[in-house]
Design a protein around this ligand. Sequence first.
Ligand code: FE
Length: 226
Amino acid sequence: MNKKVFRNLSYGVYVVSTLDGERHTGCVVNSIMQITSSPAAIALSMNHDNFTNSCIQSSGQFAVSILSEHSDPSLIGQFGFQSGKTVNKFENIDFHIKEGLPVLNDCCGYMICKVVDKMETSSHTVFLGEVIDGDTIGTSPAMTYAYYHNVVKGKSPKNAPTYIDEQENTPEETASLQEPVSPKWVCGVCGYVYEGSIPFSDLPDSYICPICRQSKDKFVQKQGGL
Ligand code: FE
């Protein structure tokens, strides 16, 4: 199976937040869809290994901040590539409180949800959340996963349902999927691929990854087939 077919499904990019006791925490997800309109409910898929998962199980509530194409990409690094178990993900983040939950200011809409049901799969929990509040913020278009992948040049963390392990394809499949390309510089933390017009080696030492803010020395050179 060519798992890249799943990239033809449409997804957004969201920060899901909840409470760890009194503490705010959250993570990036892309698997959210509306299930019903009256009462309004959405489904959210989240890996068992995400600390946010256990916090939603305990608190029974979550908020969704819908990232826009103009949202700062570093939000994805802040919320998506580190664990809320050891990091205060809301440190230095602009947010406000709705129904007791943190909502990002730098987004194009939010929803506040109460968990009304859930289903366990082997790797992910599918939460059914009744939407008790929501609104749009600004006029920027919502960021789709395709935009994140093709324009921002970001990758999925391993816990994401849409994560693709490039090693899973057979050699023949891999060969058919790969075009001959020159080596690229890739952020070793978040997978961002540098494709700027300035050669990577000519970038100043102060260059940082636009997604996860890691320093230039965290980039590694990879040969094609990204
Ligand atoms: Fe990065």
